[in-house]
Design a protein around this ligand. Structure first.
Ligand code: GTP
Ligand code: MG
Length: 206
């Protein structure tokens, strides 16, 4: 049998998690990166990032994942970084209508900073059984969003990990079609995976 040729190139993408406070951005970030879940809400201040190396469809990817603060008071601090993300997960809480209503606002903020940005909408906390928004309620809101494509909405759970690998892979497919510059392993200059770093107010990132 003919063996598939190993692709040694590493493609590098920056992906940001955005959305209202408490929707579970940090929880998604930690579950995907470290396979951990913590029931506490320790609100994110500014932006954290991690680098994760992923193999998907015989390609090597290095994903720089940004976890951003959702609280209103940090918006002016995080939006200046939006221009450098290649793709966004816009997250809402499946038990919180306000967070769903905010999705269009977050997409406007992205579009202000970056034309034709790629985004996937995530309804998080799908493991919860009570007080979940009905599908028709969700569709009514999302269908009003410009350029919304219902193939780019997923229900996920940071608690049990539902759909997280799938949505990150989906994002890689979306971004890979954009023909973003490829780099080989040697010239690839990102910091080591697993080292969590915080971007403080006055430090430059990326
Ligand atoms: P900010 O940093 O303030 O913007 O919030 P965030 O979006 O990062 O929320 P965070 O990840 O801190 O989660 C908020 C709360 O929701 C925490 O108590 C989490 O444990 C809980 N939570 C997050 N994801 C899930 C999930 O998938 N299921 C359940 N049941 N709880 C979740
Ligand atoms: Mg957070």
């Amino acid at each position: 049998m003919e063996q598939q040729k190993e692709n040694n190139q590493v493609k590098s993408f920056k992906i940001a998690l955005i959305g209202d406070t408490g929707v579970g951005k940090t929880s998604i970030f930690l579950k995907y990166h470290k396979n951990t879940f913590n029931g506490n809400h320790i609100t994110t201040v500014s932006i954290d990032f991690e680098v994760k190396n992923v193999k998907y469809n015989n390609n090597n990817y290095s994903i720089k994942i940004f976890d951003t603060a959702g609280q209103e008071r940090f918006k002016s601090m995080i939006t200046p970084y939006f221009h450098m993300a290649d793709g966004f997960f816009v997250v809402f809480d499946l038990t919180n209508k306000n967070s769903l209503d905010s999705v269009s606002h977050w997409i406007e903020l992205i579009n202000d900073k970056k034309k034709d940005s790629k985004f996937i909408i995530l309804g998080n906390k799908d493991d919860l059984e009570n007080n979940k928004l009905k599908d028709n309620e969700i569709n009514d809101v999302l269908n009003k969003i410009e350029n919304y494509n219902n193939k780019l909405f997923y229900k996920v759970s940071a608690k049990d990990g539902k759909n997280l690998t799938e949505v990150f892979n989906k994002m890689l497919e979306l971004l890979d079609n954009k023909n973003i510059i490829e780099e080989d392993n040697k010239s690839f200059g990102l910091k080591k995976t697993g080292k969590k770093q915080k971007i403080s107010n006055n430090k430059k990132c990326c």
